[in-house]
Design a protein around this ligand. Structure first.
Ligand code: NAP
Length: 252
């Protein structure tokens, strides 16, 4: 057995990671964390100023990053994102499908169908668009990683959040289907469940019924999600795929 001193340290040296929703919250923390581990980062989101800020922070710390405005719910925009990013960075090895929204609030009978669809279009169809666009680039590199950012709410329903729960439940299934379609190309696909994280998105969802109200639950900063993302990004090609990795303390 290797002694701990001989264990390889997690490095992403020479890798290119494309991260959606890299302008703030969990996506930004993963972008900065992966850059610290040596990866070149392709940042994507709809707000130019935010992704340019993430890229600038990476550059200021001595890393390399590109920022491309994209809307994951629009297929053409996603295809352009991957083409532009691969051309700028020389390829793509890792995709973190992190962009997400929680727009639909209220019970199904009161909910807004447009907000329902917009949530599904970003959280589920957006990841489908990203995976479809990513596959040729990952195959070109002989393998890669797709990390989807799921939610405990996709494994356990929460009243008043049907769109978000259904989008993340679908995402968990998409993760498993993709993993089985892609294992022969050395592409691993795994879900990361962050549990409650203090971000803009969770700002308005910390009331009654929220996981933020569970005393024993770990309410974390976006930076505390990074080690698990790094773990998934650095597993060997024969490592885990079609799995869900959670940072939650309760059963989800
Ligand atoms: P956040 O702070 O609101 O960040 C969301 C990011 O996604 C932003 O950069 C946003 O940028 C981007 N985004 C949203 N819609 C997009 C679209 N259509 N196209 C491209 N980018 C888009 O949220 P967060 O809390 O970090 O959430 C990140 C992920 O973690 C989400 O998938 C969320 O469901 C998941 N999650 C969060 C928690 C939590 O407690 N915070 C818990 C479990 C899971 P623009 O608006 O500029 O596009």
């Amino acid at each position: 057995m290797r002694s701990p001193m001989e264990m390889p340290t997690a490095t992403l040296e020479g890798k290119v990671a494309l991260i959606t929703g890299a302008g703030r919250g969990i996506g930004r923390a993963i972008a900065l964390g992966f850059a610290r581990a040596g990866a070149t980062i392709c940042c994507a989101a709809r707000t130019r100023s935010e992704i340019e800020d993430t890229a600038a922070r990476i550059a200021a710390a001595g890393g390399e990053a590109f920022a491309t405005v994209a809307d994951v719910s629009v297929r053409k925009s996603v295809r352009q994102l991957f083409a532009t990013s691969a051309a700028a960075a020389g390829g793509i090895d890792i995709v973190v499908a992190n962009a997400g929204v929680n727009l639909d609030h209220g019970k199904v009978e009161d909910s807004d169908p447009e907000a329902w669809l917009a949530t599904l279009n970003t959280n589920l169809t957006g990841v489908y668009h990203c995976a479809q666009a990513a596959i040729p680039y990952l195959r070109e590199r002989g393998g890669g990683k797709i990390i989807t950012i799921g939610s405990g709410m996709g494994h356990k329903g929460t009243p008043g959040s049907s769109a978000y729960c259904c989008s993340k439940a679908g995402l968990w299934m998409l993760t498993r289907v993709l993993a089985q379609e892609l294992w022969e190309y050395n592409i691993s696909v795994n879900e990361l469940i962050p549990g409650p994280v203090v971000t803009d998105m969770s700002d308005r969802d910390r009331g009654a019924g929220s996981v933020f109200q569970i005393d024993s639950e770990w309410k974390k900063t976006p930076e505390e999600v990074v080690p698990l993302a790094l773990f998934l990004a650095t597993q060997p090609a024969v490592g885990p795929t079609a799995q869900s990795f959670s940072l939650m303390r309760r059963d989800s």
